[in-house]
Each structure stands twice: as C-alpha cells, then as structure tokens.
Design a protein around this ligand. Structure first.
Ligand code: SF4
Ligand code: SF4
Ligand code: SF4
Length: 339
C-alpha cells in the first residue's frame, strides 16, 4: 500500500449529536438508493450502550491483534444488519379502507438498524444513553484493504480516503470479514462489496461530505489532520479531546469522537453527585480506550472555565459560531459547483 501524502479526518462531537439521522438519510439519498442497496446504511447512528448495527458488531472480530496480526472475523449477514422493510402502501393508499388500515412494515420485523433507539442502560434515575454515529473510519491501516486478494480497495494518495473499486471487486467478501467495524455491505444484485466513499465526488471539488454538511446539530468537523489551522487538527492533536473508536482494533481509525459528558448522577434523595459520572468511565474506556480519561478531564476543566465567565478557546471551537470553520477547506457551496 502506498502511503498517502495527507490524511482526511472527521471529528463528531457526541455532546451535540441529537440522533436525528439526517446524516444517515443524506448518505442514503446520495449514494445507496439503487437496487441491491436497500438495506445499506453507510452512515448509521445507533443508541449506545447496545448491540448496534450490525447486531453485536463489537464481538465479530476482524482488525489486528496487539502483535499486528490479522484477527479472524465474522461475515455479517443481512439479517444481522437488518433487512430493508416493505410497507403495505397499496392497502393504505389504494384499497379504500380509510382509517381502518394503518401503515406497518411487513413481514413484522424482529431487527433493524438502530433497533435499540433510546434504550440505553443503567437504573432509573441514573439510566443513560447517547448517540454514536458510525461510518467507515478511512483507516490508516485498513484491514479491508489487506484482506482483498483483488487489490480492489485502495487508499487515495492525496487524502487517505479508503475506496472500493467496484469494477475490480469479485464479491469474495473477505473485506467484510476483516473490517472490525463492519462498515462494508454486500450488494446481492451486483455481487460486489460497497462502502462509504467519503463523498469523493464532493470532496474533490472542495465540498464537505453529505453527512457532515447536512448535520443540523453541527456536530461534525471535517478536514486534514495535518492542517494546523483546521479544527480537526486542533481537536485531535492539540487539545486531544477527540478520540477514535476502538483503537485496540489496530486499524488506525481516522473518525474521531468528542466523548459525551452527561449530567451528574443522582443520589437516593435526587441530589446531583458531582463525583459520580452518569456514563460509567469503564464503558467509555471500552469504546474509546484509555485516552478518553484525559479527554474528559480537559473538557470538564474548559467547561468550568466558561462557567466562571472566562473565555475558552476549546469551547469556542466546539460551538463553532461560524459553521463554515468546521469544514475548512471543504466549505464550498455544493449548489455553486459545476457538475
Ligand atoms: Fe447526529 Fe448530526 Fe447525524 Fe443528526 S445529522 S444524527 S445531529 S451526527
Ligand atoms: Fe476498511 Fe473497515 Fe477501516 Fe473502513 S473502517 S477503512 S471498511 S477496515
Ligand atoms: Fe455517506 Fe459520504 Fe458520509 Fe461516507 S462520507 S457516510 S459516503 S455521506
């Protein structure tokens, strides 16, 4: 694999994500609305803790062990991702049944993407959950790329995005087994694997990915990791408050998350206990590794600074009053780019 000259990255602030799935639908409308792609959600937002999408993906193996050797991975099935649902549109809209017929999926589904929406974990009043948007991590060492005997997956030299060349793919699905994040889908109509393309037709023209630009929570920052004036670089490398998901999988993910800081837990009388975090630290460590401890410490210290009425550069970055700053240099207006 040729080393790319630069690497794109994304930072998703889990304190600002409202779980609205606008990113999910933006991606669906742009890239996965063709035949054979019905069940694909290259971007999906799930509620955690939970089994996620595909169901139980964190127990499916893949990636690399601590010695850098490839780990065996499970090939996720359509049933584990959650099949696309059919609805009784004909009955509701064309059979004259009025309000007696209601829209419902058929056959009755037993699993789907984001099946566990807003469930979470813990005991009331200290139950908790948060939203975790997931897409391909455009890894520095992509397990999918190493597993493909056809060299159909490559890293773009100029920006490090991981792209699957559909013309070279023979549908072996070794990439699906090898990816520890289970972010590759199989198209049974075309007999090929398909995955997030980091919106390269947009990015090549200076336009941020659809899932980034459409986010109403303004939770996503996008740019080059080595752009010292860019927000991605500042959050990941300078402030170190954005951490990758499951770094122990060994692929060097380039999607980063600002961990959630939920309200303090309550004691038996309903009083806030500022010494006990609502989301157990062990759980956050299991997702983001030990670096999450320092990230939370810095976030809390900077929040305290603003509570005292002082200015915090970090909080200004995370709020991003001028949202175009979150996209530098990919802040072109898609409507003004010639096709
Ligand atoms: Fe979260 Fe933004 Fe996606 Fe909505 S569009 S679910 S706020 S990342
Ligand atoms: Fe490949 Fe999976 Fe990494 Fe994406 S997340 S680059 S599909 S290993
Ligand atoms: Fe979909 Fe583009 Fe976001 Fe990838 S970067 S998940 S292709 S919208």
């Amino acid at each position: 694999m040729t080393e790319p000259s630069r690497q794109l990255g994304m930072v998703i602030d889990l304190n600002k994500c409202i779980g609205c799935q606008t990113c999910t639908i933006a991606c669906k409308q742009l890239w996965t609305n063709e035949e054979g792609m019905e069940y694909m959600w290259w971007n999906i937002v799930t509620t955690v803790p939970g089994k996620g999408t595909p169901r139980g993906w964190e127990q499916m193996g893949g990636g690399f062990d601590e010695k850098g050797q490839a780990r065996t991975g499970h090939l996720p099935t359509v049933e584990e991702f959650g099949p696309a649902w059919n609805f009784n549109y004909d009955e509701v809209f064309f059979e004259g049944k009025g309000p007696t017929a209601q829209l419902k999926p058929s056959p009755e589904p037993t699993w789907g993407p984001n099946w566990e929406e807003d469930q979470g974990a813990g005991e009331y009043p200290n139950s908790y959950y948060f939203y975790l948007p997931r897409l391909c991590n455009h890894c520095t060492r992509p397990a999918c790329l190493e597993a493909c005997p056809r060299q159909a997956i490559f890293k773009k030299e100029e920006n490090g995005s991981v792209i699957l060349n559909e013309d070279k793919c023979n549908g072996y699905r070794f990439c699906m087994e090898a990816c520890p994040y289970k972010r590759i889908y199989f198209n049974p109509k075309r007999f090929i694997g398909q995955k997030c393309i980091l919106c390269f037709p947009r990015v090549d023209k200076g336009v941020a990915p659809g899932c980034v630009r459409m986010c109403p929570g303004r939770a996503r920052h996008f740019g080059y990791l080595d752009d010292e004036g860019g927000q991605v670089h500042k959050l990941v490398n300078v402030w170190k408050v954005a951490v990758p998901l499951h770094p122990e999988y060994g692929t060097g993910p380039n999607i980063y998350y600002v961990p959630p800081v939920l309200p303090a837990a309550l004691d038996a009388e309903g009083r806030p206990r500022t010494d006990v975090p609502r989301v157990p630290k062990e759980y956050l460590r299991s997702l983001f590794g030990p670096a999450v401890d320092e990230a939370l410490k810095v976030l809390n210290a900077e929040w305290d600074r603003t509570r005292r009425g002082e200015r915090s550069e970090l909080m200004d970055l995370l709020i991003s009053r001028k949202w175009h700053d979150m996209l530098r240099p990919f802040d072109h207006n898609p409507a003004q780019i010639a096709t």
